[in-house]
Design a binder for this molecule. Structure first.
Ligand SMILES: Cc1cc2nc3c(=O)[nH]c(=O)nc-3n(C[C@H](O)[C@H](O)[C@H](O)COP(=O)(O)OP(=O)(O)OC[C@H]3O[C@@H](n4cnc5c(N)ncnc54)[C@H](O)[C@@H]3O)c2cc1C
Length: 421
């Protein structure tokens, strides 16, 4: 059967933070955009749940801040860790410019659903759930769209620009002939959900000691908890048994001692194989990769969501006018890569330093972050302020171009997109 053929101004593969923000912003700029998400919903546990002050600021620029903050979410003003039993503030978001002086923990599916609802109110926005981008349509050396499979059958979605926001296992970047350079990551993370204890401690990012490293990301009545382990050690840990694992978690994070019995099956424990990489080249004519598809970040400092969103904002600022005119020069995509890869490179360098600090003394599969514990203890208020900026805002914060669509087209001069076609 001949696949149905649909023309759009832009097609985006991947309904994660990068794809959804890019889709929303392009539709807001008056463009016709389709976001393809291979899953039928957004409900997947163990994804990045941090919404950074820079993203809250972006939502403010777009007039969405107040609606977003009405969702059930936890706000934290400081990022605390418990080091060898002693509580230490690592980053103080209260030192950031008002009003976004806090970080939000929101389940990622709530954030994505929020963006989808806001997007669906815009005429050009289309989200196709359960629609998988199968491969690129390439003609005369340029990407012209994607082939899609979905319950409705096969489709060809054609557009002057295809954005690969399909995450760190991106199939589209491979199809475009782009291969990431692996930077190496000596750690993995075992993620699991635990109920909060009856008398929960203040919000705590993690517990670090000679006994191991456990992260605790806030949910309303539970934690998304993660035990950092040496890369490849999961098999050994699994072999030692669930009882030994529960003891390990409680040993490293004593506050979880009363709730670790909720782990009754290895099925509840998900291995995140940590990757740190980036593409030497993010683009081809008619194609660009952004977010994890362009650069997988380590979970260290929890910045992956923020960097993915910043890529999306910078990309839309760069190409929306071109898309309104019907074509994006590849030089524009190259400039976008140059702009975004600088902060990515710096953050990845810092993440590698963090990896080295926590794996200096690995023992029986756990990480014993002695150097990091010692380093964090001596943090001064200035360092806490810098850490808040570095993590909460990032190195080159992007701001959304909020000009209305009509104004954009007027600036271009000549007839609007619809008249030209
Ligand atoms: C367990 C875990 C914990 C994390 N914790 C944090 C944290 O606390 N803070 C933080 O900032 N970051 C965290 N991260 C990283 C963060 O989740 C990512 O950096 C961020 O989600 C990247 O966004 P993205 O949109 O580029 O890609 P993704 O979020 O990976 O989204 C890609 C989307 O594309 C879809 N897709 C893939 N292939 C196709 C296809 N062929 N067709 C259609 N759709 C497709 C996928 O289903 C997915 O929804 C964590 C990651 C993991 C795995």
């Amino acid at each position: 059967m001949v696949p149905q053929r649909i023309e759009r101004d832009c097609v985006i593969a991947g309904g994660g933070p990068a794809g959804m923000v890019a889709g929303y912003l392009l539709a807001r700029a008056g463009l016709r955009v389709t976001v393809l998400e291979k899953h039928d919903d957004f409900f997947r546990d163990f994804r990045g749940d941090t919404i950074h002050p820079s993203t809250i600021g972006l939502l403010g620029e777009l007039g969405l801040r107040e609606r977003f903050l009405q969702l059930p979410l936890s706000r934290v003003r400081t990022m605390d860790a418990v080091l060898d039993g002693e509580r230490v503030t690592i980053a103080d978001f209260g030192t950031l410019p008002a009003p976004d002086r806090f970080l939000v923990f929101a389940p990622q599916w709530d954030f994505l659903r929020f963006l989808a609802d806001e997007g669906e109110a815009l005429p050009g926005f289309e989200l196709r759930l359960g629609a998988r981008a199968e491969g690129l349509i390439v003609e005369r050396g340029a990407v012209r769209g994607v082939r899609v499979s979905s319950a409705d059958g096969a489709l060809e979605l054609r557009a002057p620009l295809t954005i690969a926001a399909d995450g760190r296992a991106s199939a589209l970047r491979t199809d475009a002939g782009l291969t990431p350079r692996e930077l190496g990551a000596p750690i993995d993370v075992l993620w699991f959900r635990l109920p909060k204890p009856q008398d929960p401690p203040p919000v705590t990012l993690g517990y670090l000691s000679e006994r191991g490293m456990v992260l605790t990301i806030e949910r309303t009545d539970s934690y998304q908890a993660g035990m950092v382990i040496r890369k490849g050690a999961f098999e050994q840990i699994e072999h030692a048994g669930l009882d030994a694992f529960r003891r390990r978690v409680a040993g490293a994070a004593p506050h979880l001692g009363s709730v670790v019995d909720a782990l009754v099956d290895w099925e509840q424990v998900k291995l995140l194989s940590v990757q740190l990489n980036r593409l030497p080249r993010w683009h081809r004519p008619g194609f660009i990769a952004i977010g994890d598809a362009a650069h997988a970040m380590s979970p260290m400092f929890g910045v992956g969501v923020n960097y993915a969103i910043q890529d999306a904002v910078a990309l839309v600022n760069a190409v929306a006018d071109d898309l309104a005119a019907g074509a994006v020069p590849e030089s524009r995509l190259a400039a976008l890569q140059r702009r975004r890869q600088r902060p990515v490179q710096v953050m990845q360098r810092v993440q590698r330093m963090g990896h080295r600090a926590i794996t200096r003394t690995p023992r029986d599969g756990r990480v014993a972050p002695r150097a990091l514990v010692v380093g964090l203890r001596v943090l001064s208020p200035i360092v806490r302020r810098l850490a808040a900026r570095f993590v909460g805002i990032g190195l080159l914060p992007e701001h959304a171009d909020v000009r209305p669509a009509a104004q954009r087209r007027r600036r271009l001069g000549g007839p609007g997109r619809d008249q030209r076609r």
